[in-house]
Ligand binder design. Structure first.
Ligand code: NAD
Length: 472
């Protein structure tokens, strides 16, 4: 595996080592990727810098047409992308084909359209005799760094708005999952000028070197809170703009009047999708006093009935992505609070691969490590609250503020909770449902970047005030 730079495959110039690429369902290493060094980053950023005026000077309509042809190409190559993504992540093939690929293509098409729709303040005379207008311009070269949970989807959430806004990109996928971003770069090269989209493989040191590299004027990252902090500190030296999509620990507030026949399958689906390795996974259930016992029982039955397996099995979720993640999830469950009880699951499966079963843990107290930490695995914790104020206090008590949901038949309560929950998204009687048109982002330790929607594209632009006076 090699980098993709300037429209062509590019042998690493000064690699700092290699990373084995594993199949998480079998633990088999089937390829290796370079850990790119400074020379590789210089080459990639130089290619992006040369391409920036070419791509940036196209009209929005021309960029839109190029992105629409990329979307068509991705759709045509969906089978290959699905196969490679599943091998590299262990995701179920059907879910990747039905849930992720259509969304990925839709996101590209959305930003292709959005490229033509940037809106702004009208030109006018804000000082007598002077005409002011605002130009919304691309930033030039953007560095993008992505995680391993949805390698193709997280990359697309980043590059599509950046390119639509007229920037060029150097993207570094997570060290364990570079396969589909590289394939995508090859595919995109047929439809874009060389150097518009470049992919370099590497680890956190490569990522850190991207942040301090002199060429990019913005660094956009999806990853953990620790990574976000490090990136922000490194970017301060520029200073350069940062866009941080970080972790989450979504509260799922189920009131006593919720319709459990609806809530249980939806919560289970949103908790265990992608083995819980989603930043908005429905992981932290807060249950009303009367519904609590019934909910724990129903969630446990649903967890036990959730099939786990390799990509070609008829499974709802696959293994965790890598051995470190298995150790992490296992450790958090094993160190659960003194009052916490494993009601379902709770032990790695006895088979090759990084499999952890759908797990339900009750009796978790808001201060427990398990409640305060993003587990990023197929683990649901349940805590019993006494009233709405306590539910709000517990929901807002972690450092994260990304996804959240409220389950109730009381419309007024749902609206009130939507206001009181400190989160980037509040779902009502649903959870983790995405739309390309709507913003996805968090606050507090979950970061402050927005992915998806026209808001995201604006983040990849700058505004310039032009004031003119032509009369004597
Ligand atoms: P991670 O933070 O370990 O790595 C993410 C990326 O950052 C990788 O490419 C990594 O090499 C790079 N990186 C790590 N340290 C760096 C540094 N100091 N400087 C520059 N780059 C660095 O995260 P992960 O384990 O790959 O992914 C899981 C995390 O991502 C979870 O916390 C999850 O919640 C978060 N995530 C957030 C969203 C969102 O939209 N908010 C979406 C998906 C995942």
């Amino acid at each position: 595996m090699v980098n993709f730079v300037g429209g062509a495959w590019s042998e690493p110039r000064d690699p700092l080592g290699t990373t084995p690429i594993l199949d998480p369902s079998t633990e088999e290493a089937y390829a290796e990727a370079p850990i790119s060094g400074p020379g590789d980053l210089d080459a990639a950023f130089a290619a992006a810098e040369v391409a920036a005026p070419v791509w940036g000077d196209l009209t929005p309509g021309q960029r839109s047409r190029a992105l629409l042809s990329v979307a068509d190409a991705v759709e045509r190559c969906a089978d290959q992308l699905v196969a490679e993504e599943c091998r590299n992540t262990g995701k179920p093939r059907r879910s990747m084909a039905v849930d992720e690929m259509p969304h990925i293509v839709d996101v590209i098409r959305f930003f292709a359209g959005a490229a033509r729709l940037l809106e702004g303040r009208s030109a006018g005379q804000y000082q007598q005799g002077h005409t002011s207008s605002v130009r919304r311009e691309s930033l030039g070269v953007v560095a993008q760094i992505t995680p391993w949970n949805y390698p193709l989807m997280m990359a697309t959430w980043k590059w599509a708005p950046a390119l639509a806004a007229g920037n060029t990109v150097v993207l570094k996928p997570a060290e364990t999952t570079p396969v589909t971003p590289l394939l995508l770069a090859e595919l995109m090269a047929e439809h874009l000028p060389p150097g518009v989209f470049n992919v370099v493989c590497g680890d956190r040191a490569t990522g850190a070197a991207m942040v301090t590299h002199p060429v990019p004027s913005m660094v956009s990252v999806t990853g953990s809170v620790a990574t976000g902090r490090a990136v922000m500190a490194d970017a301060a030296a520029g200073p350069k703009r940062v866009h941080l999509e970080l972790g989450g620990n979504a509260p799922v507030v189920v009131f006593d009047d919720a319709d459990l026949d609806v809530a249980v399958p939806r919560i289970t689906g949103a908790a265990y999708f992608n083995a819980g390795q989603s930043c908005t996974a429905a992981s932290r259930v807060l249950a009303g006093p009367r519904v609590h016992d019934h909910l724990v029982e129903a969630l446990s039955i649903a967890a036990a009935a959730t099939p786990v397996g390799a990509p070609d099995d008829d499974a709802y979720h696959g293994p965790l992505n890598n051995p470190d993640q298995l150790v992490r999830v296992r450790g958090l469950v094993d160190r659960r609070g003194v009052k916490a009880e494993v009601v379902e699951g709770g032990r790695p499966l006895d088979r090759p691969g990084y499999f952890y079963p759908p797990t339900v843990i009750s009796g978790v107290e808001p201060g427990d490590e398990l409640a305060r930490t993003e587990v990023f695995g197929p683990v649901v914790t349940v805590s019993r609250f006494s009233d709405e104020d306590e539910a709000v206090a517990w929901a807002n008590s972690t450092d994260y503020a990304l996804g959240s949901s409220v389950w109730t038949r009381d419309h007024a309560r749902a609206e009130r909770m939507a206001r009181r929950l400190d989160a980037g998204t509040v779902w009502i009687n649903c959870h983790s449902v995405l739309a390309a048109e709507m913003p996805h982002g968090g606050t507090r330790s979950s970061g402050f970047g927005t992915d998806l929607s026209a808001y995201s594209m604006e983040e990849y632009t700058r505004v310039k005030h032009v004031m003119a006076r032509f009369d004597p």
